[in-house]
Design a protein around this ligand. Structure first.
Ligand code: SF4
Ligand code: SF4
Length: 107
């Protein structure tokens, strides 16, 4: 599981999302869902960097984390954990936040 720390994952600007569901359908790892407001949300520990979602979003509101504007990385609501993280996942999460400057907490 050491490679977990290498995944950069994605950031979603939910204010721009039009709830089309294309990203949810395209993700091969079931790492996206539509939340209670119909906006796309990342299930953090499931994401594996193939970036299919980035390519299909019609309003271009999904970003590789390394390319996401800081304001979007500070908004809450766009990611959650699907389960309690293992210690290794927790470590990878802390490294990810630090490396990419993600300031928003999970939902
Ligand atoms: S980057 Fe890939 S695995 Fe991650 S949410 Fe997008 S489609 Fe799913
Ligand atoms: S593809 Fe884009 S607009 Fe459609 S649900 Fe996903 S994030 Fe929202």
């Amino acid at each position: 599981m050491a490679e977990l720390a290498n995944y950069q994952k994605v950031v979603i600007d939910q204010d721009t999302c039009i709830s089309c569901g294309a990203c949810v359908a395209a993700c091969p790892y079931q790492a996206l869902e539509l939340d209670e407001n119909g906006k796309s949300r990342l299930i953090w520990e499931m994401c594996r960097d193939d970036f299919s979602c980035v390519a299909v979003c019609p309003v271009k509101c999904i970003y590789k984390t390394s390319e996401a504007p800081a304001e979007f990385k500070a908004k809450t609501g766009w990611y959650k954990f699907g389960k309690a993280l293992s210690p290794e996942e927790q470590k990878a999460y802390e490294e990810w936040k630090s490396k990419y400057g993600v300031t928003a907490p999970p939902v």
